[in-house]
Design a protein around this ligand. Structure first.
Ligand code: G3I
Length: 299
């Protein structure tokens, strides 16, 4: 209701990607998802562990289920994610242990091409690369099979740029995002991301925006001023910002219940972040990580 026409409000959603009964078949889950949100993002269904169960097979069926649900309910779909340092199918890490960078490049290119082509025209924005920088004060690139173990034959952020190029080639109409957490206020990780995307923009790498995951606490979240500053720094580069995975962790008692005061604080945090997004022209989507508390990854 608060969002002007055009800012999709989304939630991470699940189908039967891990073999359990799809929540989409649960009327209360399906009604909540279709009535409260105008966008969905597969929390897991489009990740490597689901989409490429063996080196020679792809499985897009759970993603197709979520796309079909979205289309039936006039919802947009964000894709997540094409290149990450974790959540691999069981064969991938052992393969990487003996593969050459050229073999890893072919593997990643084929995966991105297959998945983005499959969902072309159905997924309006992709998290192409997820969480590539570590949480150290240096905000270094994380070790990963795509960067340096053994990598795909690129140096520095080259593997990230290459992934964006491959995704753009597969669906030139999709918006392409780099997605990370702890970049919602000034700090070394935001500086590293800003420097990378500045370089990408300067060199014509097809990037459209940055995802701010916004996994925060009721006791610690970015100030409205600092969040706005980070969004404006990206706006200056012509880049969009999506709030991609917001949740507000808060204390619960032994029965898993939060106090009324903490729930009120939590609601205020959501409102604060949403208000900043609505005020910044380049903040173009707002998404929470889970349809309701029941599906949260947070214990
Ligand atoms: O329940 C199945 C089980 O039946 C199956 O045998 C097993 C096989 O691996 O998987 C189990 O599913 C687990 C799933 O959560 C349940 O929802 C997966 O193991 C587990 O890897 C998965 O964790 C996901 C986590 O990313 C992996 O790092 C969470 O659902 C998901 O919410 C979380 O999302 C991430 C974003 O992708 C990136 N940003 C951070 C965010 C929170 O960690």
């Amino acid at each position: 209701a608060a969002a002007p026409q055009g800012i999709p409000i989304g939630a991470a959603a699940s189908a039967d990607e891990y073999g359990e009964t799809s929540p989409l078949l649960n009327p209360s889950y399906a009604n909540l998802l279709s009535s409260q949100y105008s966008m969905l993002e597969p929390g897991n269904a489009m990740k490597w562990d689901v989409t490429q169960p063996t080196q020679t097979t792809y499985n897009f069926e759970p993603g197709d289920e979520l796309v079909a649900f979205a289309q039936a309910n006039q919802m947009r779909v964000r894709g997540h994610n094409l290149c990450w340092y974790t959540q691999f199918p069981s064969w991938l890490q052992p393969y990487a242990a003996t593969a050459t960078p050229a073999q890893m490049a072919t593997l990643l290119q084929n995966h991105i091409n297959a998945e983005v082509t499959h969902f072309a025209g159905q997924v309006f924005a992709w998290d192409v690369v997820n969480e590539a920088f570590d949480d150290s004060s240096a905000a270094a690139l994380r070790d990963s099979i795509w960067y340096n173990q053994p990598g795909i034959g690129q140096t520095g952020t080259g593997y990230i740029a290459q992934a964006f190029q491959w995704a753009h080639a597969a669906d030139p109409s999709a918006l392409l995002f780099y997605n990370d957490y702890n970049i919602e206020e000034p700090g070394p990780k935001f500086d590293a991301v800003l420097s990378m995307v500045q370089d990408f923009v300067n060199n014509g790498v097809p990037i459209n925006g940055v995802g701010f995951e916004m996994h925060v606490l009721s006791t610690y979240y970015p100030s409205a001023t600092q969040l706005a500053q980070n969004m404006q720094a990206l706006a200056a580069l012509g880049l969009q910002v999506h709030i991609t995975e917001m949740d507000v962790r808060l204390p619960v008692d032994a029965s898993g219940n939060a106090s009324a005061a903490d729930l009120q604080t939590q609601a205020q945090v959501y409102q604060t972040i949403m208000t900043v997004c609505l005020q910044q022209p380049n903040c173009t989507a707002f998404q929470v990580w889970g349809v309701s508390y029941n599906d949260s990854w947070i214990p």
